[in-house]
Design a protein around this ligand. Structure first.
Ligand code: MG
Length: 158
């Protein structure tokens, strides 16, 4: 058995008149995240963790923001493509552990739905799919409410 671990990080700035989409879930809030895609910072960090585990470079290599095809794209489609890339190399996802860092909005009401979304997209048992959220104690860009950051650790096996 081969077993690998990958780490992903992403951050996006808040912007007005944008939807807020995290973990494939639309969250009602006064602002969304500025991005070429739908700005789903959690899925972007997850894609990088999975690609990193398989040494398949990064999300920007596979889905460049200079390519109009990805403008406003639903990030769940990017994740599906990443999973396909892993499958082609014989990998399957073993578990993920995600952390969102933001002051607002509160994530607690959405964690279960995000877990369902990601476990479905990864064909993973929900008890192998961990999503957590925390504030940054009002420090730094996340603490000042300028944007949202996400970190993900993922393991893959074959
Ligand atoms: Mg991103």
């Amino acid at each position: 058995m081969d077993f690998r671990v990958g780490f992903g990080y992403d951050s996006h700035r808040f912007a007005p008149d944008r939807p807020l989409v995290l973990g494939g879930v639309h969250i009602p809030f006064e602002q969304g995240l500025a991005a070429h895609s739908d700005g789903d910072v959690l899925i972007h960090a997850l894609c990088d963790a999975l690609l990193g585990a398989a040494a398949l470079k990064d999300i920007g290599t596979h889905f460049p923001d200079t390519d109009g095809a990805f403008e406003g794209i639903d990030s769940t489609l990017l994740l599906a493509r990443v999973v396909e890339l892993l499958h082609k190399k014989g990998w399957r996802v073993n578990n993920i552990d995600c952390t969102l860092i933001l002051e607002q909005p509160k994530m607690k009401p959405y964690i279960d739905e995000m877990t369902q979304q990601l476990s479905r997209l990864l064909d993973l048992d929900p008890d192998r799919c961990s999503i957590k959220a925390k504030t940054n104690e009002k420090m730094g860009f996340t603490g000042h409410g300028e944007g949202i950051a996400a970190t993900v650790v993922a393991s893959i096996i074959q």
